[in-house]
Design a protein around this ligand. Structure first.
Ligand SMILES: Nc1ncnc2c1ncn2[C@@H]1O[C@H](COP(=O)(O)OP(=O)(O)OP(=O)(O)O)[C@@H](O)[C@H]1O
Ligand SMILES: [Mg+2]
Length: 563
């Protein structure tokens, strides 16, 4: 075997393999270059998912005739003036690899005109070799055209998926960049048809609306927290606005969208237990920190970063999201549109509730409140033996009594668990329950969890289980029914959720007051006050909203009362 030095052309192809995995990565690199060049408008034209053509046009600073040939060489960059700059990268690019890599595996032309140059220069070629050099009239800025990606690397070409799949990946990458840089106009067209149109935005919400549409974006909540030299800011969906996948969770570090499993998990942790395991929030959060505290030079596509203080970043993200998720805005509201009645289906229900509430005038007769109930104001009464109605000066709240109680019990049990064990109630007469072997096996599997919560039971050989104690909050429940319900609930399909959380949610739900139960005023007041003191008063442990709000401002508008 002889060792030989690889020719440059092969070296470049191999290097390109790392940087350019698929059309999406090429498009991402080109748009990042345009952003680094200070562009205010970027246009991307794609054909066949990007495999046939990616053309990125920008109005950035451009390159001079001297610079342009260098830009296509490996390890040539304008972004690291000194060695030390690698320790505090402030641009999206820094290695001087991307253009060379893309050129090595495509047919390319790059046309650029520096802002103060009279005209532009075009370089063209294929497989990394420049074959054409041409002075051309051009707008200030740069156009990079990449055709037939991987035409000279058949192995890579074979791995390309269908145009639709490649387009999906490309749009995901570009959408993330669009969210990371709201002030830059970005248009993406595929086979001549617009597929993403994002006008220059002044605030993130405008940009999010271009990407996700207004109806959803309107529901997103502001995130903003600064601490320890770190700022976490952006938009987050309330727990009742979710998706079936993670595509709309975008984490941006110093302007760079990153893929970071730990941060993703941190974000999801903030939503648990408000959101079911198989549902995901919409989220765009930018984390800004000193460039020296993050290393972007750890992954060939720069999609991963390393933090100097990873724990701090995670904790800040969770804290910022938790803060957002416990603000009153998180509760669904019925929005009245002046002159147009109510705007959405959900709002329509709100309108019905409001008018039927008005008919039940007696219920609303205001008696002096025994004591103030915090953020939900005074309790007015109960509607349909199911909803507690409360009001502050600004809003009327409809609280679902079952879910209110569920949330209160859930958090109480959680803190009792943290402090030791929730109180257990021994049964005066232990009860024998017949259970099929599969159900018994299930109970055995859950035994440690159930025992921590206050259950005590013994399995007998004759397909029976003897239950001798239950969590104190469930003491009114019939033990037999309780055990059967536990088997039903815990045997159900939610395999991913941690056992304790599921069991807690079960006990809380089971112990909570049911709908259609008349309540005394004191009971309602205590419930609402307890709810006001919970960590997340707006959603039950299963993610159901607890509260619906009607703003008095909307009511006044609707009823044309001007004061
Ligand atoms: N659209 C553009 N407008 C102006 N200059 C550009 C543009 N694209 C590339 N350049 C110049 O060409 C150089 C090389 O670009 P390239 O993408 O290969 O490397 P980089 O951005 O410096 O680093 P990285 O490989 O990490 O992307 C850049 O440093 C920049 O000076
Ligand atoms: Mg670059």
């Amino acid at each position: 075997m002889r060792i030989r030095r690889l020719p440059d052309s092969l070296v470049n192809k191999i290097a390109a393999g790392e940087v350019v995995e698929r059309p999406a990565s090429a498009a991402k690199e080109l748009v990042e270059n345009a952003l680094d060049a200070g562009a205010s408008a970027i246009t991307v034209d794609l054909r066949d998912g990007g495999a046939a053509l990616i053309r990125v046009t920008d109005d950035g600073i451009g390159m001079t005739a001297d610079e342009l040939p260098l830009a296509l060489e490996r390890h040539a960059t304008s972004k690291l003036p000194t060695d030390a700059d690698l320790d505090a990268i402030a641009t999206l690019g820094f290695r001087g690899e991307a253009l060379a890599a893309i050129a090595a595996v495509s047919r390319f032309t790059v046309t650029s005109r520096a802002r103060d140059a009279a005209d532009g220069l075009r370089l063209g070629g294929e497989g990394g070799t420049i074959a054409q050099r041409l002075g051309v009239p051009a707008e200030p800025g740069t156009v990079v055209e990449v055709r037939d990606l991987f035409f000279n690397t058949p192995a890579r070409l074979k791995f390309l998926k269908s145009p639709t799949t490649e387009l999906g990946a490309t749009l995901r990458a570009l959408t993330q960049l669009a969210l990371a840089h709201p002030q830059v106009q970005l248009r993406v067209a595929h086979n001549g048809r617009a597929s993403l149109t994002a006008p220059a935005a002044t605030v993130l919400r405008e940009r999010a609306a271009a990407v996700w549409g207004w109806p959803i974006t309107q529901r997103l909540l502001e995130v903003d927290r600064t601490e320890h030299g770190l700022r976490v800011h952006g938009l987050a969906s309330p727990p009742d606005v979710t998706r079936g996948g993670r595509d709309d969770i975008v984490v941006i570090v110093n302007g760079r969208p990153v893929r970071d499993p730990v941060l993703l998990q941190a974000a999801l942790a903030a939503y648990r237990p408000l959101v079911a395991r198989d549902r995901f929030p919409l989220l765009v959060v930018a984390i800004d920190m000193p460039p020296a505290d993050v290393d972007a030079n750890v992954h060939p596509t720069k999609a991963w970063v390393r933090f100097r203080h990873p724990r701090l970043v995670q904790e800040m993200l969770v804290a910022a999201l938790r803060e957002t998720l416990s603000t009153p805005d998180v509760a669904p509201t019925t929005v009245a549109v002046p002159g147009a009645g109510f705007s959405t289906g959900a709002a329509r229900e709100g309108a019905d509730a409001a008018s039927s509430a008005a008919e039940q005038h007696a219920l609303f007769a205001e008696t002096p409140a025994a004591y103030a109930t915090g953020r939900f104001g005074r309790v007015l009464g109960q509607v349909q033996d199911t909803f507690i109605v409360a009001t502050t000066d600004d809003e009327v709240f409809f609280l679902d009594q079952h879910v209110v109680h569920e949330r209160v019990l859930f958090e109480r049990l959680e803190s009792e668990l943290a402090a030791g064990a929730p109180p257990s109630q021994a049964l005066l007469f232990p009860e024998t329950v017949d259970l099929p072997p599969a159900a018994q096996a299930l109970l055995e599997r859950w035994r440690p969890t159930l025992e921590r919560l206050g259950f005590e039971f013994a399995s007998r050989d004759d397909a029976a289980v003897v239950i001798s104690a239950v969590p104190a909050v469930l003491k009114g429940d019939e033990p037999r029914r309780l055990l059967e319900a536990a088997v039903d609930e815990l045997g159900g399909p939610k395999p991913e959720a941690p056992a304790m959380e599921r069991a807690l949610a079960f006990v809380a739900c089971r112990g909570a007051i049911k709908a259609n139960t008349p309540l005394a005023r004191e009971e309602m007041e205590r419930l609402v006050a307890d709810l006001g003191r919970t960590r997340t008063p707006y959603f039950c442990p299963h993610g159901r909203p607890i509260v619906s709000r009607v703003s008095m401002l909307d009511i006044r508008r609707e009823l044309k009362r001007n004061w």
